[in-house]
Design a protein around this ligand. Structure first.
Ligand code: NAP
Length: 193
């Protein structure tokens, strides 16, 4: 079990100190980055490592102690890849989305997160197969409203061997790739060249 701490002020430091005293490991972060934490972690001892806010947020347990008004900024910005479809076994009854795209609803459930819709439109066994096949790369569609988040997910898609295609916003692209209803789900396409 890993522990991340967001906020290295009075409370974040106090918590880190109690962990260190118990010989437990954690990654501590603040708004200014790991370099600004060198002195603090030297004081706290070897079990507490400096990290970025993103690194701390990846831990199993995330301890958040920032100023109240800084909470949105401290928690915001995480990229959430929404691979979900609004339909559930065993009945496969489509959810009534009231005219919205499912990823917009997911985005509302995680305020501040930057949602990128991807990895939802192929069957699991197709997704798990080697994306480099038939002389090309398997196409993965993605969409989102935050272009920086999309660029990061696009780089990930490329790195793992797929050919990513940006479908635009959640409202437009999410709808095209939405299952059920969109035209793109289960299209197992290979981009050649
Ligand atoms: N102090 C107490 O005795 C006490 C007791 C109980 C509860 N609390 C509560 O605990 C929380 C923290 O209080 P505190 O006294 O520890 O505050 P603090 O000493 O002012 O420290 C706030 C910390 O939040 C960090 N921070 C601000 N914006 C951030 C962002 N966007 N991303 C990452 N880190 C960010 C700051 O980073 P930088 O250092 O880089 O600015 C700083 O390390 C507050 O909600 C407070 O009400 C405090």
């Amino acid at each position: 079990m890993t522990i991340g701490i967001i906020g290295s002020g009075a409370i974040g430091t106090a918590f880190a100190r109690t962990l260190a005293r118990a010989g437990m490991q954690a990654t501590i972060s603040n708004s200014r980055g790991p370099e600004s934490l060198r002195g603090l972690v030297r004081d706290l001892g070897p079990s507490i490592k400096p990290g970025t806010r993103e690194e701390a947020a990846r831990a199993d347990i995330v301890f958040v102690a920032v100023n109240w008004t800084k909470l949105p900024a401290a928690l915001a910005g995480r990229i959430l890849i929404d691979a979900n479809n609004p339909i559930e076994a065993p009945l496969f009854k489509p959810v009534d989305l009231k005219g919205r795209v499912s990823s917009e609803i997911v985005a509302d459930l995680v305020p501040g997160a930057r949602v990128v819709k991807a990895f939802n439109h192929l069957r699991a066994e197709v997704l798990a197969a080697d994306p480099r096949s038939d002389g090309g790369r398997r196409v993965l569609f993605y969409s989102g409203n935050d272009s920086a988040a999309k660029a990061e997910v696009a780089a990930l898609i490329d790195r793992i061997g797929f050919a990513g295609i940006d479908l635009g916003s959640l409202a437009v692209g999410g709808k095209l790739a939405q299952f059920p209803g969109g035209p793109l789900p289960n299209q197992n396409l290979i981009k050649v060249g």
